[in-house]
Design a binder for this molecule. Structure first.
Ligand code: 5GP
Ligand code: MN
Length: 332
């Protein structure tokens, strides 16, 4: 982050302010971890922060400290719009373009207060007054740790803040496996553990706390897994009917896409999840090595993300979407 930005932000934070902190739509562990870490940090600086998520966050993140204070825009548009209009400063975390907050974008566009973006996605838009964007980092949470350090406030990181930061580093790094995990990531994590993070309990709460239905849904997803060996590709489909059969709740499909890459020789995988209410097929892409799924998602499915993990959507039917995907894969 540029020195001039740090100084300007220090000035902004020098007096107590009403601050809105915003994660992307369908927030994941990194989005919720980073926004709540910043929330707890700003509370300690005597500000009045509030996290406003565009829509619901998954149940498996509901144990995060103070997650019950998070307001959901799509559930309470009037109140949250008013809070956004009264905010004196806005942080947008873990996304690179305003459309990633869905309908909330219309409100954000009307605001004239300073925006601060902290994010690790490729090709950030330049809507923010101060942008701290770096694709070298595996998570926004690791950048929040840096951000607090840049402000010279590292001593304020307590167990609560550390736990939120740890959550995003853990989830976005695939439990420290993905290539952007560095020695420094581990040194930050070591520091977080020294600050009291329970590094045995947190993964347990995140990954080993599923419902029976979720496991049955995973079973169905794995049965639906198709392999195109000649293109080293695999994919999974889940229809709305299948989701309904297993009483799907938000978060149940999290991480399932990764199974497609665990087959020997497969370097590209996708999961297609039907959403009847939104009339779309939500897609997640994953790759191993050089194949850039961010570009693939941008070019063909109106999405984006990172080189090895991206998402997008399709307005076509499941059959048509799969046909389109298979045709594209044959041309790769
Ligand atoms: P996931 O597949 O876990 O939902 O997302 C993988 C990565 O791609 C995340 O960094 C996420 O923010 C990004 N991503 C997911 N869906 C979309 C999308 O529709 N548009 C864009 N631009 N990025 C997405
Ligand atoms: Mn992230």
């Amino acid at each position: 982050m540029k020195n001039s930005d740090i100084q300007a932000i220090q000035l902004l934070l020098a007096t107590p302010k009403k601050i809105a902190i915003i994660p992307h739509r369908s927030p994941d562990g990194d989005a919720m971890g980073s926004t709540l870490a910043l929330y707890h940090f700003l509370l300690k600086l005597n500000h009045q922060p509030v996290v406003i998520a565009p829509n619901e966050f998954p149940e498996f993140l509901a144990w995060l400290p103070d997650s019950e204070t998070v307001l959901i825009f799509e559930k309470n548009k009037e109140t949250t719009t008013k809070i956004l209009q009264e905010a004196e400063l806005i942080f947008t975390l873990d996304f690179n373009a305003l459309h990633r907050v869905g309908e909330m974008e219309n409100v954000l566009k009307t605001l004239s207060v300073p925006f601060i973006m902290i994010d690790h996605h490729q090709k950030p838009d330049d809507y923010a007054t101060h942008t701290y964007s770096d694709t070298a980092f595996g998570s926004t949470c690791e950048m929040i740790y840096n951000f607090i350090d840049f402000l010279g406030q590292q001593n304020l990181i307590d167990k609560t803040i550390a736990t939120c930061i740890y959550t995003g580093i853990l989830t976005d790094s695939g439990s420290f496996k993905y290539p952007k995990t560095t020695g420094r990531t581990h040194r930050v994590v070591a520091d977080l553990i020294d600050l009291g993070v329970d590094n045995s309990e947190v993964p347990n709460l995140l990954f080993d706390n599923h419902s029976y239905n979720r496991l049955q849904l995973l079973g169905r997803a794995l049965q639906n897994l198709k392999v195109i060996p000649e293109h080293r590709t695999s994919y999974i489909t889940l229809t709305q009917e299948e989701l309904d059969t297993f009483h799907y709740v938000k978060g149940d499909t999290e991480g399932i896409v990764n199974y497609g890459l665990t087959i020997k020789g497969i370097i590209f995988t996708a999961i297609f999840i039907e959403n009847k209410e939104e009339k779309i097929i939500k897609i997640s892409f994953r790759s191993q090595g050089d194949f850039d799924v961010n570009q693939f998602a941008r070019d063909h499915f109106g999405g984006g993300g990172h080189i090895n993990a991206a998402g997008g959507k399709s307005d076509l039917s499941m059959e048509e979407t799969i046909k389109k995907f298979e045709d594209l894969v044959t041309k790769l």
